[in-house]
Structures are given as C-alpha cells and as structure tokens.
Design a binder for this molecule. Structure first.
Ligand code: ADP
Ligand code: ADP
Length: 236
C-alpha cells in the first residue's frame, strides 16, 4: 500500500547575494509503501535535505505534489498542515533537538501532551518505548547527562509516541560513533518490523544505509538510481 507519493517535484531557490538561482530538485518522482525502510543518499549539495523537507511538509516545492496517506500536503492550509505533521509524522534530527530543560521522560511526553492524551495512556506508551529502546534507566535524567546514543534513542522515542505513519530522519547517525549508530539503526529496524512504521532517512553514512531495504541515490536534484534488498542482511 502506498503511503507517500511525490509527483514531479521541482524546487528552485531564487537569486541570493549575487548567486544565480539554484535548481535544487529537478523532477523527483517517488513511491514509498507502508512499512518501507528507505535511505536517500547522494553527494553534498545534491538536494537530500531539500527533498526530505518537502516530503515532510516542512518546505513547499516550487511545483509538484506530495501526498501522504492520500492527503495532498500542498493543498492543506498551514494550520491543517501543522496539525497533520504533529499527528501523522515523526521527525529525528542529526543534533537530536531535545529540550535541555526537560528530562528524558518529559521530552518523550511532550508530543502526547500537545495531543491531550491522558496520563495512563502516556505512562503506558513511555514504558513500552523505553523498554524497546533500552532507555528505562535514564528517564529522569536531563539530555546533557546522557550520551549521544541515548539522546538519539530518546529522540526516536519522542518521534514515535503519537504513532506516526512515517518517521523522517535527517542524518540520524551524523553525530554518533559507530556503536551508537548501530544501536540507532537497530531501533529503526525494530519499529519497521514491530509497528510497520515507515522510515525514510537521509544519510551520508553507507553503514547506516546498509540497514535499509531500499536506497535511493540522488545527484544534482534528480533520482540517479536505486537499489532494493532482496535478501536479509544477515544472509550475506
Ligand atoms: P544536500 O542535503 O544533499 O547537501 P541541500 O538540499 O541542502 O543538499 O541543497 C541542494 C542545493 O540547494 C544546494 O546547491 C544548496 O546550495 C541549495 N540550497 C539549499 N538550501 C537553500 C536555500 N535556503 N537558499 C538557496 N539555496 C539553497
Ligand atoms: P550503549 O547504550 O550501547 O552503551 P551509548 O550511546 O549509550 O551506547 O553510549 C556510547 C558510548 O558512550 C559508550 O561507550 C558509553 O559507555 C559512553 N557513555 C554512555 N553514557 C555516557 C555519558 N553520560 N557521558 C559520556 N559517555 C557516555
């Protein structure tokens, strides 16, 4: 079942500081199915972040359309889009984006509070995710007292609390050592397997991409090629 469809996406950035206009995305077409685990790779400046931002409704394309779960993002009014993003999409960033004034538990709770979930429901969800991602022992700590790997697992938990249809992750392993990168990719693998969540990430990290079922390569703002795994990673 298709969860995300991008049709004829163009993004042109205007002239700036004497620089000529940039065609950052040049006719991108994508189909992502529910439960897909996809990496977008490409050289620096190839348009990866621009594409992720457009697919997730953070940015608008110059032309073209993105639909998620049959809803056209580009036809939504800004508050409807904000609501849709909060309810249906989860975000993970390179620099974790946790709030330093809140504990791990409070960071994870925040999106549920915004959705007015009741306390029992929140406690159950936190318990489930903390077990899954092995962060139970740090729930009452503050972000600056835990490791980068723990911060990213907290960020993934936070992205998942409202059970989004898709998780978008921009360089999720970019600030992590290899051991923590492995742990975070295994977390994504677990949520794809257990919850059929769709995960779409942008990465430079070939090792991170090796966990994905599909890798889409973009160059100069266009899809250059893609590869799909036909066998289990452990079969090699
Ligand atoms: P990547 O994530 O692959 O490094 P980006 O999506 O960041 O690529 O950038 C694609 C192209 O668009 C680059 O040429 C970049 O300089 C340009 N670009 C990105 N953001 C802006 C912006 N806000 N204004 C102007 N040009 C931009
Ligand atoms: P894991 O959960 O597999 O231990 P982490 O990402 O939590 O992975 O930790 C990565 C590395 O950072 C480990 O070697 C761990 O010992 C170390 N580490 C864990 N917590 C902290 C911390 N608060 N400050 C500095 N280093 C830490």
């Amino acid at each position: 079942m298709t969860i995300l469809e991008a049709n004829n996406i163009f993004k042109v950035y205007g002239e700036f500081n004497g620089e000529r206009e940039t065609v950052a995305l040049n006719n991108i077409n994508l189909l992502i199915n529910r439960g897909d685990f996809v990496a977008i790779m490409g050289p620096s400046g190839s348009g990866k972040t621009t594409l992720l931002n457009i697919l997730s409704g953070i940015d608008q394309p110059t032309s073209g359309e993105v639909t998620i779960g049959g809803e056209n993002l580009n036809e939504m009014k800004s508050d409807a889009l904000a609501h849709f993003r909060r309810k249906q999409l989860g975000f993970v960033f390179q620099d974790f984006n946790l709030l330093d004034s809140l504990t791990v538990k409070e960071n994870i709770m925040l999106p549920m509070i915004l959705e007015k979930k009741n306390l029992t429901e929140m406690e159950e969800k936190i318990h489930e995710l903390a077990s899954l991602f092995e962060i139970k022992s740090i729930l009452n700590k503050y972000p600056y007292h835990i490791s980068g790997g723990q911060q990213q697992r907290t960020a993934v938990s936070r992205a998942l609390v409202n059970e989004p249809q898709i998780i978008f992750a921009d360089e999720p392993t970019g600030n992590l050592d290899s051991k923590s990168s492995t742990a975070i990719m295994e977390c994504f693998e677990r949520i794809v397997d257990k919850m059929s969540t769709t995960v779409l990430l942008v990465t430079h990290d070939v090792f991170a991409a090796s966990y994905c079922q599909k890798v889409i390569f973009i160059r100069d703002g266009a899809v250059h090629s893609s590869i799909s795994k036909t066998t289990n990673r452990n079969a090699f």
